[in-house]
Design a protein around this ligand. Structure first.
Ligand code: ZN
Length: 504
């Protein structure tokens, strides 16, 4: 892969200052936005992007609540229609204008008169020469079942909790693209209308954990599989990894905290055969960053303006995986393991082949170069501990807690799911002068001093420096090296910065 230098600005926490630094990222990286002032305008912009020459069908639903829209993406996709939003009591002006531009012969309203008023229906009838069809049940479960009845139909259905839009959003592009209905369930039982809609289905895909779609519901579903994580972002990441969409590079990005942009956007995603990634309003959760890395996604379209998804999200999407921020606040999924762990050809205190002797292939070659040069300069550097699994980190943290109490344990070791060692990008190093121990006095050895001077030339930082315990959450660790890439490491070294100075 070809890499080029690229200037990226990264905002400091609290917006105190904006820094620029060089980041190495595949030159294919692209980002753009579908950017409306509010949800109605964003839906219109999405419609204009996907249906620039008009559309024979339009799907309309209310923009301030999600229940009726949850199941709407597969219907809109099946009709090759954009999904537009309206206020509940009158047809939003910008939406009306867009329907006029699209010039449909058919308009589907999702939801009853309580969701999209009869007055709106009348306005549509009086304004457009289109056939109006209202799809509505007495509740969201019935509406979803009625939407399913409108689909061409096949033997698979998606099942999500009817109170949780993020799970529906994660499933929507794939379900819509493949003509599978999205049916809604209660967490503890399957409502009657959903049971009826499931008749004849041979396979079901649950999106969401067993807290939102219980094991007993799963037991009642035909041939179920489950896509889930313990947060909406982890669920979204699992959906991206397991529900493979067609285009290899592209993805859409939307806030996981508001439904409107994502529901409208999921229809565009289905049209172009791309996944949707859920992000926080002001940063990209690590589970999503990892999914982006694993899928090699490079081209992003963010739904929503900067008030919905902060510009910092654009920056974070552009950062390579070696800038993953892992600390007490930002964890990584327990299941995460770098796909290319390798054993660097460096010296270890023991000759046995241990998991901790491995690290990410992204960093291993740089570690080898650093060790070669250190030894050539007469420094006896040894690698002690690199990759750790979640389970291993759990053992370590529990052992220290048992022996020294939890306050001490938290200052010197990470909780499982929050250790940089789980990324494979960190290596603890030592030397014979301190008996290969990981101790603060390593800083005063010739090896420790050499590292302080030269680590950044190989792309490594001393992650937990002296005097920054308050910011990193950890005591000084002169032995803990973290790979971030040369340009960043040198820049951070020159300016005495830590990762938390750049990344949220
Ligand atoms: Zn370490």
């Amino acid at each position: 892969m070809q890499f080029v230098a690229r200037w990226i600005s990264a905002a400091i926490i609290g917006g105190l200052a904006v820094f620029s630094f060089t980041v190495m990222k595949a030159d294919a990286f692209q980002i753009d936005r579908v950017n409306g002032d509010d949800r109605y305008e964003t839906a219109v912009e999405i419609s204009q992007k996907g249906w620039s020459n008009g559309s024979d069908v339009v799907v309309l639903t209310r923009g301030d609540e999600f229940p009726d829209a949850l199941a709407g993406s597969p219907l809109a996709h099946a009709k090759d229609a954009p999904l537009l939003l309206t206020e509940k009591d009158h047809l939003t002006a910008i939406t009306k204008k867009e329907i006029n531009r699209l010039n449909p012969s058919s308009i589907f309203i999702l939801g009853g008169p309580g969701a999209v008023s009869s007055k709106i229906e009348k306005t549509l009838k009086n304004t457009f020469s289109a056939e109006i069809t209202r799809i509505a049940g007495n509740n969201r479960y019935q509406t979803a079942a009625k939407v399913a009845a409108q689909l061409p139909g096949n033997d698979r259905a998606f099942v999500v909790n009817g109170s949780r839009f993020p799970d529906a959003m994660a499933a929507a592009p794939y379900a819509a693209r493949h003509g599978h209905p999205i049916l809604l369930t209660k967490s503890s039982y399957i409502p009657q209308s959903t049971q009826e809609a499931l008749r004849g289905k041979k396979q079901t895909t649950i999106v969401g954990g067993d807290g939102v779609v219980s094991q007993s519901v799963e037991n009642d579903l035909p041939n179920p599989e489950r896509i889930s994580g313990n947060t909406r972002y982890k669920t979204s990441a699992q959906a991206v990894l397991h529900l493979r969409m067609g285009r290899p590079d592209n993805a859409y990005v939307v806030t996981g905290n508001k439904f409107a942009d994502g529901i409208a956007g999921s229809v565009l995603a289905a049209k172009y055969n791309d996944p949707i990634l859920l992000v926080e309003e002001n940063y990209v959760p690590n589970a999503i960053k990892i999914a982006v890395h694993k899928r090699g996604l490079e081209k992003f379209t963010v739904f929503g303006g900067y008030n919905a998804v902060d510009q910092y999200v654009d920056t974070e999407l552009s950062l390579p995986i070696q800038l993953l921020l892992v600390n007490k606040a930002r964890g990584i999924p327990a299941s995460y393991k770098d796909d290319h762990l390798v054993k660097p050809n460096v010296r270890f205190p023991s000759n046995s082949d241990l998991p901790k002797h491995y690290m990410s292939s992204i960093a291993a070659g740089h570690l080898e170069n650093m060790f070669d040069d250190a030894w050539a300069a007469g420094k006896e550097l040894y690698a002690v501990s690199g990759y750790r699994s979640y389970e291993r980190q759990k053992e370590i943290h529990e052992r220290i807690t048992r022996n020294h109490g939890s306050e001490y344990a938290d200052r010197v070791s990470a909780e499982p799911g929050h250790s940089e060692h789980q990324t494979g990008l960190a290596m603890d190093v030592s030397s014979p002068a301190v008996g290969y121990q990981l101790v603060e006095s390593f800083a005063n050895t010739v090896e420790g001093r050499w590292l302080e001077q030269h680590a950044s030339d190989y792309g490594f930082i001393i992650r937990y420096p002296d005097g920054r315990e308050r910011d990193t959450g950890y005591t000084y660790e002169p032995w803990h090296l973290r790979y971030v890439g040369k340009s960043i490491a040198r820049y951070m070294d020159r300016t005495n910065k830590i990762l938390e100075d750049y990344l949220r």
